[in-house]
Design a binder for this molecule. Structure first.
Ligand SMILES: Nc1nc2c(ncn2[C@@H]2O[C@H](COP(=O)(O)OP(=O)(O)OP(=O)(O)O)[C@@H](O)[C@H]2O)c(=O)[nH]1
Ligand SMILES: [Mg+2]
Length: 435
């Protein structure tokens, strides 16, 4: 997602960065490329127009052109303007009411039910909440079963009524009683989707909203849909006064423009993003991080959060200590690789690292590295210096590789060590966003 956009925009801006001094013509040329990149990414043309106009005006300012680093300044402007288009500040879910009712609405197949499960898991695991999922999609019999199975596998309780006649508002009312009895502080309501937005569906949702007074009405939108998503979002918003958007399938290869346009057109903030089919593939949405990801500045913080949620925390702390004290060994390298595997496909992780968006992960190569380290003795893992020619030959035999492969791994490890030394010296206050 956003890869093509990211590539084009960074291309245009890199040209600016390389130049010492900038002329108005340089900026105009860059703005033209930014404009094209956005249009090609399927961003609504009106949104593009106002975006580029705002940007050009600021970029042409005398202080930018005369500054010592005009290219950098323009990049910062683009970043700031992108953050604005993406909603500006991060918008949190509102948990002030108890129970907090979160209603999920949207078109058929948008990912509502999946999101209900993901959100339930996220709130239980990371926010110390006690969520209750409610199956208020009575259109499809299979829908209730889908949510029940999801809830069971995630250890999040599901409320349902399967008599085939109770209407969604009644179901939700009963669910709220249940929530009260069982001390659930969040109630997540999964509603029925439709292929087309029809009056009946809307009326049902409006009624449901009236009865349940939800804290959040989240429009679940498939990021892969094109321009028409903008109008659909607008009409849902008109009827239901949405409080947020949840963009799903952000892991797909959509161009991303519809997502950008939806935010700008409805002014409803994106609060959550779905980045895969698995229950853990949910992230809170940070406009600044996505803007920086689009501009190739990486998304280290989401990565760190994802890592913290999935990794063994003591192992991470341990690793951090080793990095700081520079005692990182090949054994740690191996342990770290195993921890990384727990985070899922490496490609996804790598894409979040600054400047690494284009690197392809070679899983075979990783397996080779692992095999090589496994063929070393403990002492060798701690002190790779002792690896002489005969030891290397033994390891090559043991791991089914060549001595040149081993040298390459050792060189990489040295590079990693060097990088870690530098990281160890960096001092960032916790939670600081590197700009
Ligand atoms: N790749 C990917 N697939 C997703 C994501 N979220 C949902 N899906 C898939 O999208 C399909 C539809 O998801 P559902 O959650 O059933 O959609 P829904 O909105 O509840 O659909 P209806 O109940 O029929 O209206 C499923 O195959 C999901 O696995 C996501 O973030 N990434
Ligand atoms: Mg569903």
């Amino acid at each position: 997602m956003f890869e093509a956009l990211s590539e084009k925009i960074t291309g245009a801006l890199d040209k600016l960065k390389r130049k010492g001094a900038l002329t108005e013509a340089d900026i105009k040329a860059a703005m033209r490329e930014v404009r094209l990149a956005l249009l090609e990414a399927d961003v609504n043309y009106k949104v593009v127009k106002s975006f580029v106009e705002r940007l050009s005006e600021k970029a042409m300012g005398a202080e930018i052109l005369k500054s010592l680093t005009p290219g950098q300044q323009v990049v910062k402007l683009v970043r700031d303007e992108l953050v604005e288009v993406l909603g500006g500040q991060k918008a949190d879910l509102d948990f002030s009411k108890r129970p907090t009712v979160i209603m999920l609405v949207g078109l058929q197949g948008a990912g509502k039910t999946t999101l209900a499960g993901k959100l339930g898991l996220h709130l239980r695991k990371n926010k110390q909440k006690s969520p209750l999922l409610v199956a208020a999609d009575v259109q499809r019999p299979a829908a209730i079963e889908q949510l029940k199975q999801l809830g069971t596998s995630l250890d999040v309780p599901v409320f349902s009524v399967e008599d085939g006649q109770t209407a969604p508002p009644d179901i939700v009312r009963q669910a709220l009683d249940q929530a009260q009895r069982n001390a659930h502080d969040v109630v997540i309501v999964d509603t029925a989707g439709r292929l087309q937005i029809d009056e009946d569906l809307m009326d049902e949702l409006v009624e449901l909203k009236m009865w349940t007074e939800p804290s959040e009405v989240l429009f679940v939108a498939d990021a892969m849909t094109g321009q028409e998503a903008v109008n659909i979002a607008a009409s849902f918003h008109e009827k239901l006064s949405l409080t947020g958007i949840a963009l799903t399938k952000m892991d797909g290869d959509a161009r991303g423009g519809a997502a950008l346009s939806m935010i700008e057109v409805t002014s409803v903030p994106v609060k959550l993003i779905g980045v895969g089919e698995k229950p853990a593939d949910l992230e809170e949405f940070y406009p600044d991080r996505l803007a920086e990801r689009i501009l190739g500045m990486g998304d280290i913080l989401s990565l760190v959060e994802q890592a913290e949620a999935n990794m063994d925390v003591s192992a991470v702390e341990d690793l951090e200590k080793k990095i700081r004290t520079q005692k990182f060994t090949l054994q740690d390298f191996l342990d770290q690789m195993q921890q990384m595997r727990k985070l899922g496909p490496l490609q996804k992780l790598i894409e979040k690292l600054p400047g690494m968006g284009k690197i392809e992960v070679d899983e075979k190569e990783l397996a080779r590295v692992e095999a090589i380290i496994r063929s070393m003795t403990n002492q060798e893992r701690k002190m790779p210096k002792i690896l002489n020619a005969s030891r290397k030959k033994r390891i090559a035999r043991g791991s089914g590789t060549k001595v040149s492969d081993i040298n390459r791994v050792l060189q990489r490890f040295k590079d990693a060590q060097k990088m870690m030394k530098q990281m160890g010296k960096m001092k960032l206050p916790p939670g600081a966003i590197p700009r």
